[in-house]
Design a protein around this ligand. Structure first.
Ligand code: APR
Ligand code: ZN
Length: 237
């Protein structure tokens, strides 16, 4: 399907787009994420009850970013953005930095970012990826007296970031593409319903059927790294 430069395209990505870069998805291994139940490490209660466990878990995820590279799927989305300019928005549920490193610019991290730490006292955020930020010790806030920054991650029971901006773009788009997301987690999984109600063509790319399969007009089953370069070429070449 060919598009022109006036087409408004919104893309929603999930863990599946980074799988081929070597980052594990959340729900592919019996609901375990790197051997932890998600609730054990990804809730504000876990951070309160067992901050050491949560901190060590996220420090390992943060260090992993130094060992992985963007793949063909991330790169294909950069190509699509180069063609569409401001008519392109990438919304990712991923907390890795692979979209940004590939070169995506118009990018919203709705579930936060591993690179970033946040102060719960003064709310300041810090992009901290130097060796002194990646060890076992907590990292202190430079802005106030707090000794312990937290991961800038949207945990379960917390509000995703930038939702007004996301809803506005999804309501206004012509084409909505979901990539590598299982459709389990709301509000991300429901964005397709808004896109559809607003008349957008909804395309899905995933290795297996997502829960919201039925809402897609067109669904491509397979690996994002193989499908995306072809899909983008069809759209813009
Ligand atoms: N190409 C395309 N899809 C893939 C690939 C691949 N190479 N590998 C795996 N997938 C698919 C899986 O089949 C699965 O449907 O990616 C999907 C990943 O689903 P989840 O692991 O549930 O990840 P996601 O949908 O991003 O999870 C949403 O849940 O815990 C949270 O906050 C976390 O942002 C995350 C949210
Ligand atoms: Zn502070």
């Amino acid at each position: 399907m060919k598009i022109n430069r006036d087409s408004k395209v919104v893309v929603l990505t999930g863990a599946g787009i980074s799988a081929e870069s070597g980052i594990k998805t959340f729900r592919d291994a019996d609901g375990l994420w790197e051997n932890h139940a998600i609730e054990e490490v990804a809730t504000p209660y876990a951070w309160q009850a067992n901050p050491q466990l949560v901190w060590q878990f996220y420090q390992a995820r943060r260090r992993q970013l130094l060992e992985v590279e963007p793949n063909m799927a991330h790169q294909a989305l950069v190509k699509l953005e180069e063609f569409l300019g401001d008519n392109f928005l990438l919304i990712t549920q991923n907390v890795d930095d692979l979209h940004g490193r590939a070169g995506s610019k118009n990018l919203i991290h709705m579930h936060g970012e591993l690179r970033v730490l946040r102060c719960e006292s003064c709310n300041e955020v810090f992009d901290y990826m130097e060796p002194e930020h990646l060890g076992a010790d907590y990292v202190a806030c430079e802005n106030c007296a707090s000794e312990r920054l937290r991961p800038h991650i949207v945990w379960f029971h917390e509000m995703p970031l930038k939702m007004p901006e996301i809803y506005a773009a999804v309501e206004d788009c012509d084409i909505f593409i979901t990539i590598g997301t299982s459709g389990h987690v709301y509000p991300a999984a429901g964005l397709i319903d808004i896109a559809k109600q607003s008349g957008a063509l909804c395309i899905g790319v995933n290795l297996d059927h997502p829960l919201n399969l039925a809402q897609h007009d067109d669904f491509l089953l397979g690996r994002a790294g193989e499908i995306l370069p072809k899909l983008v070429a069809e759209m813009i070449d």
